[in-house]
Design a protein around this ligand. Structure first.
Ligand code: MF3
Ligand code: CO
Ligand code: CO
Length: 241
């Protein structure tokens, strides 16, 4: 089982690594989505988001103040944008889920730091994973790390159990609520995927029914890994080759 999760996880990670080189000023989001879909299919996987709850694309691509679930449109990336690409793949019935935020050309220091700290916040959460620890410690750690940096967690969106479905029990919140979650046990698979912003953290769902934006127009960054709880700690499944 973990072998199959390793294969799915690696494909999600390798797809993000592959698309990274295509994230340049002038490219449109639809092209990036289509390239990812082709890459996944060529490597014996399925783009699991396509058709998931009616979602029509292989990836979610969220530019600037799009918080998450951005739809790959004809929008063209320009210098100074930041863009999150979230990919879920399925291989042989098992799922890998990963997201990274990329800088397009040159970013302001503030926005570069948002990306850097968002990745670090995810790792702070992941490092807390160990059998016997309650999963709410992940959110507690992420919140404790980001607060002094004056960044806010988007509270409405969270990580999740994963395995032979994309979204499984339990939710992995990115802030502290000891009433949500479970005691981590070897053999569990979860995602850690905090979304951070320099703004208020309030969100609005757009009329397309998918795209979530920050209500104050402030940019967001997100990193996501799929992680296995192991006998002594954790194994990150969505690492590149
Ligand atoms: N990959 C997303 C996650 O991390 C799920 C997106 S669901 C979609 O959980 F329907 F919006 F694509
Ligand atoms: Co996820
Ligand atoms: Co995802």
């Amino acid at each position: 089982m973990i072998d199959k999760m390793r294969i799915a996880g690696k494909l999600a990670a390798n797809t993000l690594e592959y698309i990274h080189n295509h994230v340049v000023p002038g490219v449109n989001l639809k092209t990036l989505d289509q390239l990812c879909e082709k890459y996944i299919l060529q490597n014996n996987g399925n783009p699991a988001l396509k058709g998931y709850r009616g979602y029509p694309f292989a990836t979610c691509i969220s530019v600037g103040h799009v918080v998450c679930h951005g739809v790959p449109t004809d929008q063209i990336l320009k210098d100074g944008d930041m863009v999150s690409i979230d990919i879920t793949v399925e291989v042989d019935g098992w799922y890998g889920d990963a997201c990274r935020t990329f800088a397009v050309g040159n970013l302001s220091i503030k926005h570069k730091q948002l990306i850097e700290y968002s990745e670090k916040a995810m790792w702070e959460g992941i490092k807390r994973i160990k059998p016997g620890v309650h999963s709410s410690e992940i959110g507690r750690t992420i919140q404790a790390y980001t607060k002094p940096l004056n960044l806010r967690v988007i509270e409405e969106y969270c990580g999740h159990g994963i395995g032979n479905e994309i979204h499984m029990y339990p939710n992995i919140l990115n802030y502290y609520n000891p009433d949500v979650g479970v005691i981590l046990q070897p053999g569990m698979f979860i995602t850690v995927e905090p979304i951070l912003t320099i703004g208020s953290g309030k969100t609005i769902l757009l009329d397309d029914g998918w795209t979530v934006v920050s209500s104050d127009g402030q940019p967001c960054a997100q990193f996501e890994h799929t992680v296995a709880v192991t006998e002594f700690g954790y194994e990150v499944l969505t690492l590149i080759d």
